[in-house]
Design a protein around this ligand. Sequence first.
Ligand code: HEC
Length: 259
Amino acid sequence: MRFILFLTLMLALGHGMSHSARAQDKDIALATAPMLAENGFLKYVLPRFSLKTGLSIAHEPIAAGVVGDVVISNQAPETSMAQTRPLMRGRGQVFYAWAARSGKDADRLVGWLYSDIGLRTIQAFQIDGEQAFFAVEQAAEAPQALVLPGDIAQGEILSFQNCGRCHVIGDRNRMKGLGSTPSFGLLRTFDNWLERFQTFYVLNPHPSFAQVLGITGPFNPQLPPPISPLVLTQGELESIIAYVATIPLADLGAPLVHQ
Ligand code: HEC
């Protein structure tokens, strides 16, 4: 509201004022790509920041001689000091926001724009009923620690009992696995190791001898398991997976070099 009042006031007072005078009694001077004022983006987003913080913002299109405390531009900032991470994309462009003159209020606006709430506000803005701008995907954050429901200690016992006759699982059965069968440490190096373990019972060779109660059907009486069957509950499989998640990845070493 205050912002709209300000805008009306400025329109009424006319164009004679210099840029700096315009921004004088505002907390933050914002210079933006002209498009963002023209399509209503600023009018939508800025009052939501002002409402939250009580800080008022005067905005002007980026132009020679316009000095903003904060800049939102469709070009990356030139100074290496500034935030260079893109803020959003839309209308065929990528936009960046940064504090051109560092100060508490300027930093606060930039921080808000990049925050979850700021990005949500940006993404809620619509033109003709459609979302106009999208938060730019950030580089992958540190992978979330995997939260698996199973019981790790029980999973260790179950793994050695049920899988250890073929797979090398750890030091305890290092010499016992079948040579042609990948060790769990090796399987762990696959990006999709979790998916493979969650579905191991449909991946060969397991379907002929493995059952997960409630998931797989009973064995075909015509094709009895060739080896003593492996039967797990879903909870037991979860525990095995929780344990497997703790197994160190096999060190595959340097690639083989043929001499
Ligand atoms: C009778 C031997 C045997 C038993 C018992 C066994 N596996 Fe396997 N498993 C294999 C063999 C052989 C392969 C390799 C298959 C291949 O490379 O095509 C394999 C592969 C896998 C793979 C990778 C599958 C893929 O296609 O990516 C997973 C995951 C796996 N086993 C999990 C388990 C789990 C969990 C258990 C115990 C609950 C278990 N296995 C018990 C023989 C066995």
